[in-house]
Design a protein around this ligand. Structure first.
Ligand code: 13P
Length: 215
């Protein structure tokens, strides 16, 4: 569905798999499925691991042919996150795979399948130091979006995003795209966000369609 949408817009697209999806389907099967879809649509696709928890998880998908990985060390101390991300960047870059990392943390909204987390906004000075030392290709930042649907009004801090953007040239990633108002998404894009993760909206649509079909 995502590929057909991208084709209709004549756009390249990033498809990403969670570790949960990889656990039930297998990285090689997912890669083969995506290859078949690429062949059908002719769209340029990056196949990305979302929230990779470890070096082993990253290595598994690189071996399967993914073109991009995220290492999520956001629950570690700043120093540990930097050290592990640096290690993963060296390994991935050696085989032409790009790396996304995360600083700060998102909380969990409604209908999310992500782990519970406390909202910690990204510190712009830390972001600058982190990017310089890790040489990541993309940095996920926490500016008030949540994983899942919002329980109340979204409280997105564009000021924090602006400050990060003024210190960091690396493309920035917005996690928690679902339920974020379109005007906010556009404002984020004009202030440095280059990749937007959307999961819950797509999953809810799919689940509702399956429910309808069963009925
Ligand atoms: P949503 O489920 O809120 O769209 O967030 C997706 C996400 O950030 C995956 O990494």
């Amino acid at each position: 569905g995502v590929l057909r949408g991208a084709k209709a817009k004549n756009s390249a697209v990033i498809l990403q798999c969670s570790t949960g999806a990889i656990k039930y389907a297998g990285a090689a099967y997912l890669k083969a499925m995506v290859d078949a879809a690429i062949e059908e649509t002719g769209i340029d696709v990056a196949l990305h691991l979302d929230h990779g928890p470890s070096l082993d998880a990253v290595k598994e998908v690189i071996d399967a042919g993914f073109t991009s990985v995220m290492f999520d060390g956001s629950s570690l101390s700043f120093e540990e996150n930097l050290k592990k991300t640096r290690e993963i960047t060296s390994i991935a870059h050696a085989v032409g795979v790009t790396v996304e990392a995360e600083l700060g943390a998102l909380s969990r909204g409604e209908y999310s399948n992500e782990d519970e987390g406390k909202q910690i906004y990204t510190d712009p000075s830390q972001a600058e130091e982190f990017v310089k030392n890790t040489e990541v290709d993309a940095l996920a930042v926490s500016i008030g979006t949540v994983h899942g649907m919002y329980k109340g009004e979204p409280k997105i801090d564009i000021g924090v995003l602006k400050e990060i953007s003024s210190k960091v040239d690396t493309p920035l990633v917005l996690h928690g795209g679902s339920g974020t108002p379109e005007a906010t998404i556009k404002e984020c894009i004009s202030n440095g966000i280059c990749k937007i993760n959307v999961n819950t909206e797509i999953s809810m649509y799919t689940v509702n369609k399956i429910k309808e079909a069963f009925k």
